[in-house]
Design a protein. Structure first.
Length: 72
């Protein structure tokens, strides 16, 4: 049971980090395409904030699960 929690937490961390990297690359490409459109930039920033929260939430959740697995 302990190993499942530890490896599951690490897997969730990796998924969160990969999602964060993918979202960052997508956002960078969108920024580059919409450099002189301020309304479009605001829309891109709001999408990025939501995606960033999701990714960091996965990373923090995975860390907590792995720590719980280590404590048990």
């Amino acid at each position: 049971m302990q190993n499942i929690l530890i490896y599951g937490g690490i897997a969730i961390n990796i998924i969160g980090a990969l999602l964060l990297a993918i979202f960052a690359i997508q956002t960078w490409n969108q920024y580059r395409q919409a450099q002189k459109m301020p309304l479009r930039m605001d829309e891109i920033r709001s999408k990025w904030a939501g995606r960033r929260k999701l990714s960091f939430g996965l990373i923090l959740g995975g860390s907590l699960i792995a720590i719980i697995g280590c404590v048990i």
